[in-house]
Design a protein around this ligand. Structure first.
Ligand code: AMP
Length: 228
């Protein structure tokens, strides 16, 4: 018996990579496989826009243009979500942090709760191909399962394989013009985080130009290696 063992704090994993790299798809699979909570600031912001809250109203036009929503709004939304009890299982951050200021704020937040980042997993992709990936994607509006016109079509057109609903939706910002702005925002404001997390010794790279299942297996093996 090892009564003196210090309990592990809940894992914190970050998925980094440009829009279209597959962060959302992979985060959902990791949620299922490891019992982690997927925290997507994009999803949280879209919910805020749909609810018509003050934060949602401020975020709407910025999101439609493919820019980054202000750190203040994003941090307030993330902080509230991370305080919810289910996050005690550990989290996989999808689309956050996106700026150095957000990364520093995350460090402060985690220090307050005695947590640390287990890994920042960079999904490495070919930018040019991201436009095709993004322009073809759609989602089940009922359960959130993601699909693609070319790479992952539902077995029955228009019907979700997972929940059977017929409510496929496409994101307003998944068009070629907005994607270019989102890629620019990534290179200017988010890519510096690669060096930020490399300096901390937590950066891990995954080739994300492969099949979804191969990427899932690579990320799964990596998570097992960093989460005791
Ligand atoms: P995503 O679903 O991660 O592709 O995010 C969709 C949009 O939400 C982005 O293009 C941004 O406008 C906004 N957004 C999501 N996460 C963040 C963040 N961490 N910081 C700033 N803006 C964000």
């Amino acid at each position: 018996m090892d009564g003196s063992r210090i309990p592990q704090s809940p894992p914190v994993l970050i998925l980094l990579g440009p829009p279209g790299a597959g962060k959302g798809t992979q985060a959902r699979m990791m949620e299922e496989q490891f019992g982690l909570v997927q925290l997507s600031t994009g999803d949280l912001l879209r919910a805020a826009v749909a609810s018509g809250s003050a934060a949602g109203k401020a975020a709407k036009s910025v999101m439609e243009a493919g820019g980054l929503v202000s750190d203040d709004i994003v941090l307030a939304i993330l902080r509230d979500r991370m305080a919810m009890p289910d996050c005690a299982k550990g989290v996989i951050l999808d689309g956050f942090p996106r700026t150095t200021a957000q990364a520093e704020a995350l460090d402060v937040l985690l220090a307050e709760t005695g947590q640390q980042i287990n890994a920042a997993i960079l999904l490495e992709v070919d930018d040019v191909k991201m436009v095709v990936r993004i322009a073809g994607r759609f989602t089940c509006g009922a359960c959130g399962e993601g699909y693609h016109d070319t790479f992952k079509t539902p077995k029955v057109e228009g019907t979700c394989d997972v929940c059977g609903a017929q409510q496929m939706t496409r994101r307003a910002d998944d068009n070629a013009k907005t994607v270019m702005s989102r890629l620019d925002a990534y290179h200017e404001q988010t890519a510096p985080l690669i060096a930020y997390y490399a300096d901390k010794g937590v950066l891990r790279r995954v080739d994300a130009m492969r099949e979804i299942a191969a990427i899932r297996d690579a990320i799964g093996a990596l998570i097992k290696s960093v989460v005791a």
